[in-house]
Structures are given as structure tokens and as C-alpha cells.
Write a protein that binds this ligand. Structure first.
Ligand code: NAI
Ligand code: MG
Length: 492
């Protein structure tokens, strides 16, 4: 499959107010194929002026979209889901080319994207408030109203899927959206915006401004007409966005990655645990916020578990996304350098490289599945998000130490425990400091389950009905039924 099979329609423009438009200053940048380091296409590079136009288009489109009957909004969003399903293979080919992941993984991402639209479509006409019984002389009720313009800043690890994760609930709740996809992977978001329009989303309700964090992302999150911000990416960028948002008191939903522990006890099925953990760290070349970055294993089963993990790691076949092997390249040169530098750091810090650690001698940003053992919790490779196919193994003497080590990081996105003891599983489920806990499994969260971080892993929840809370604000309405001045009403 070549570039043409992925329907590259270069050069790509911005999508603003239902129209394709060049950047105000005509600027363009290239997105590349990380498997070949070759450019794929030129893409418009948005300036602050373009962001201004996009936010203006969203602001203008918002009232009519807000006032569209909820069931009609739901039908339109359901049609997006169907179109994403119908175009799954095409979207997956484009994503795989731009991001690097094996094409079957990209297909699964796009199915997930379709599911977001389907799932939230069904909620469109169920966003109910409540009535509050304050006494016979008043009617009091709540309305759940959209914020207005939702800014969506997405990263490069699951670009199309995360577009859907944010845009679907935003639309269903009645907001208009401006999406700024990551500069490494802009293509799927542009195509998805086109499918939104085809499904009947009115002009201006979904806009896409491709470009860099600075200036496009920064202009978007600081715009006074943006009413809510959804960001997925690194902690420093999340912090910068939150500071910026404080200027306008704009609410933020932040999903900032993790350093997620997989705790393995001697009573676990080690083959199953190794299968889950290998999948959990090597899928998408480890560029997953909820990857299993750290194995925290009881010392009595450390060696047999490591042996199984190494054996699985060495079975991975690497290749360009279109060859659909087990693992693609890292998504960019920067990420390749970052992961390589952590491998070097792990060696310097005294960890033992059990397998991998090298980049195959070929073009593209490939790094072999890597396992470090003899890792101590205070090493940087055990504390910092590497975001690559690098597993760190820490061993512990007992349950108390396991919990302490598992929680000994600034992050708290997901965590897992592998054990046959149901009591211990539940003890850990409660005490692990993470927004999601897996017991004897990893990943496989559905769109229906809330997802988000404790500690520095973020604020707010994506997915599930909880995600709608990021796109709806509550208004209380109090209606006086009593005659007269009301001085005897409660609270007067
Ligand atoms: P980043 O957080 O800087 O980029 C993510 C998105 O934010 C991109 O769309 C980028 O253009 C935008 N952005 C950057 N600066 C901005 C600003 N000042 N205002 C508004 N938007 C801005 O992440 P980057 O540099 O691509 O990756 C660095 C590390 O971040 C990775 O190695 C990984 O550890 C982590 N990361 C975590 C992700 C997750 O899923 N939680 C996803 C991507 C990266
Ligand atoms: Mg690319």
C-alpha cells in the first residue's frame, strides 16, 4: 500500500467555518512518515489570526447548535459514527502513515472513534437536570447547559481516536469545537472534520486548525472566547495551559500521562500476567498514557516473570505501519531521541538491560522492545514518563512495599494488580493512587468507562458519562410561586 491508498489529499488547508482555507500568512509545514522519515504532505500552519477566525466561526455557530433539538443533535452525531465506521480502513491507512502504528491497530483506534460518536449520540436527549424540592412556594430546577466554544488540543499518539473522544461529547452537549491536532499527526483530524460536515454538522460547529503548540495552541487556549479547554499531552504543557486558562478563568480537562505500575504477586498466573504486561507496554510502541511502565513484582517470582517478559519482547516484529507487524516506529524524531536518551540513562543509573535498548539499523524511528531490571524506585527511569517501548522492573519483598513502590510517583493515571487473592485485589483497587485500576488485565476500557488521572496525571474525566461534565455547566433556576414580596421565603 502506498501513499495513494491512504488518500493523501495534499496540500491540506485549515478547516474553518465549513471551508478549507490556507493560513493567513500562507505558511505550511510538512508532516512526515516516521517509518521512512520522508514527508507525506504539506499542511497549513495556523497563526494566531487563523485561530481567531476559527474561534469566531465556532462562536457564531454555537447558538444555533445549542438550540438544535437534542434528538436531532444525537442523530447527526450518530451519523458521524456511521461515517467513521464506513471510512474506517481509509482513516486507518492515513493514521498509520502519519503516526507510524500498525494498520490493524489504527483500525481498532478508528472503531473506537466511531464508538465515541455512537455512545454519546445516545446521550444527546438524556442530559437532564433535576428538580429540587425547596418548598411549596417555589419551583426550583437545574439546567445542564453547554459552555460554548470547546478548545481541543490533541497529541500524536492516538490522534483520530482522541479527536473523537473530545469532539463527540462536546457536540452532543451542544458546544462548538476548535481542534488543534498535534503537529506530528494532523491528517486524520482534517479527514474527521470533513466526515462531521458530511454527517450534517453545521458549518463552524467543528473547526480544525493545524499547526504548532506555539503559536496555534497557545493562541487557542488563551483566547477569551474559548469557554472550556480539553488537553491531552505532557505535564509541562498541561501546566502551561492551566496557567494560561487562569487568565480567563476557563475550565480545563487535562489528561497528562502516567508512570503506571503493574503489581504482580506470586499467586498470579505468570503467563497471563506477562501477556497483559507485554501488550500494555509495547502496544503503540509504548506511546500510550496508560501503558504499564513499571512492573512491581514480588521478589520470589521476579526471575520467572522477567524471563517471560523478555521472551515476549523478543518476539515482537517491527516494521512500517502498512506492513502491519507487531510494532511500528516511534511517532517522531524527537520522541526517538527522548526514548534513546532514557535507555542510556537507565544504564548510567545502574539498571540492567535484560533485552532491547537498541535501534535497529534501518530508516525510521524504530526502537526495540526494551526491558530494564534491577530498577530502584528513585531512579529517573522509574519516575519519569518515557513514552516508548521501555519497561522497568522493580522487585519488592511484600505487599506493604509493593503498594508503597506502586504509589511512589507523581503520576496516577492507571494501575494494575495481578493476583488470585480476591481480598488483596480489592485492597489494592482501593489503595492504588490511580483513576483506573485493572485487576488481572490491562487496557480494554470501553468508551463507557470513565478515564482520567489522580495526582499529576490530570484533572477531570474523559469517556463514560462523566466526560459530559466537561462540556456542560449547571444552571439553577428558582421560580417564585408565592404572592407578595417573598420576605418569608427561605433564604430571604
Ligand atoms: P505536548 O504536550 O507538548 O503536545 C501535545 C499537544 O499540545 C500538541 O498538539 C501540541 O502542539 C500542543 N501544545 C504544545 N505546547 C502548547 C501550548 N503552549 N499551548 C497549547 N498547546 C500546546 O507533548 P510533546 O512535546 O509532543 O511530547 C512530549 C511528551 O509528552 C511525550 O514524550 C510524552 O511523555 C508526553 N505525552 C503524553 C501524552 C498522553 O497521552 N498523555 C500524549 C503525547 C505526549
Ligand atoms: Mg506524521
Amino acid at each position: 500500500m502506498g501513499v495513494s491508498d491512504a488518500n493523501v489529499e495534499a496540500p491540506y488547508d485549515l478547516y474553518i467555518g465549513g471551508k478549507w482555507t490556507a493560513a493567513a500568512d500562507g505558511g505550511r509545514f510538512e508532516t512526515e512518515n516516521p517509518a521512512t522519515e520522508e514527508p507525506i504532505a504539506e499542511v497549513a500552519e495556523a497563526t494566531a489570526d487563523d485561530v481567531e477566525r476559527a474561534v469566531g466561526a465556532a462562536r457564531e455557530a454555537f447558538p444555533a447548535w445549542r438550540d438544535t433539538a437534542p434528538d436531532e443533535r444525537g442523530r447527526i452525531v450518530a451519523r458521524i459514527g456511521q461515517l467513521v465506521r464506513d471510512h474506517r480502513d481509509e482513516l486507518a491507512a492515513l493514521e498509520s502513515l502519519d503516526q507510524g502504528k500498525p494498520v490493524s491497530q489504527a483500525k481498532s483506534d478508528m472503531e473506537g472513534a466511531a464508538r465515541y460518536f455512537e455512545y454519546y449520540a445516545g446521550a444527546a436527549d438524556k442530559l437532564e437536570g433535576r428538580s429540587v424540592p425547596v418548598g411549596p412556594d417555589q419551583v426550583d430546577f437545574t439546567l445542564r447547559e453547554p459552555y460554548g466554544v470547546s478548545a481541543q488540543i490533541t497529541p500524536w499518539n492516538f490522534p483520530g481516536n482522541l479527536f473523537a473522544r473530545g469532539v463527540a461529547p462536546a457536540l452532543v452537549a451542544g458546544n462548538a469545537a476548535v481542534v488543534k491536532p498535534a503537529e506530528q499527526t494532523p491528517l486524520s483530524s482534517l479527514r474527521l472534520a470533513e466526515l462531521c460536515a458530511q454527517a450534517g454538522v453545521p458549518d463552524g460547529v467543528v473547526n480544525v486548525v493545524t499547526g504548532f503548540g506555539d503559536p496555534a495552541g497557545a493562541a487557542l487556549v488563551s483566547h477569551p472566547d474559548v469557554d472550556t479547554i480539553t488537553f491531552t499531552g505532557s505535564v509541562p504543557t498541561g501546566q502551561a495551559i492551566m496557567k494560561q486558562a487562569a487568565e480567563n478563568v476557563t475550565p480545563v480537562t487535562l489528561e497528562l500521562g502516567g508512570k503506571n505500575p503493574a503489581v504482580v504477586f506470586p499467586d498470579a498466573d505468570l503467563d497471563e500476567a506477562a501477556d497483559w504486561i507485554a501488550k500494555a507496554i509495547f502496544t503503540n510502541a509504548g506511546q500510550v498514557c496508560s501503558a504499564a511502565d513499571r512492573v512491581v513484582v514480588h521478589e520470589s517470582v521476579r526471575d520467572p516473570l522477567v524471563e517471560r517478559l523478555v521472551e515476549r519482547a523478543e518476539r515482537y516484529e517491527l516494521g512500517p505501519g502498512r506492513e502491519d507487524l507487531d510494532m511500528g516506529p516511534l511517532a517522531s524524531a524527537d520522541q526517538f531521541e527522548k526514548v534513546r536518551s532514557y535507555v542510556a540513562l537507565g544504564r548510567e543509573e545502574g539498571a540492567t538491560l535484560a533485552t532491547g535498548g537498541t535501534a535497529p539499523d534501518r530508516e525510521g524511528y524504530f526502537v526495540e522492545p526494551t526491558v530494564f531490571t534491577d530498577v530502584e524506585s528513585d531512579m529517573r527511569i522509574a519516575q519519569e514518563e518515557i513514552f516508548g517501548p521501555v519497561l522497568t522492573v522493580l522487585s519488592v519483598a511484600d505487599e506493604t512495599e509493593a503498594l508503597a513502590v506502586a504509589n511512589d510517583v507523581e503520576f496516577g493515571l492507571v494501575a494494575g494488580v495481578f493476583t488470585a487473592d480476591v481480598r488483596r485485589a480489592h485492597r489494592f483497587a482501593r489503595r492504588l493512587e490511580a483513576g483506573n485500576v485493572y485487576v488481572n488485565k490491562w487496557f480494554g476500557d470501553t468508551n463507557q468507562t470513565p478515564f482520567g488521572g489522580y495526582k499529576k496525571s490530570g484533572i477531570g474525566r474523559e469517556k463514560g458519562l462523566e466526560a459530559l461534565d466537561s462540556y456542560l455547566q449547571t444552571k439553577n433556576v428558582a421560580v417564585n410561586l408565592a404572592e407578595g414580596s417573598g420576605t418569608d421565603l427561605p433564604g430571604a
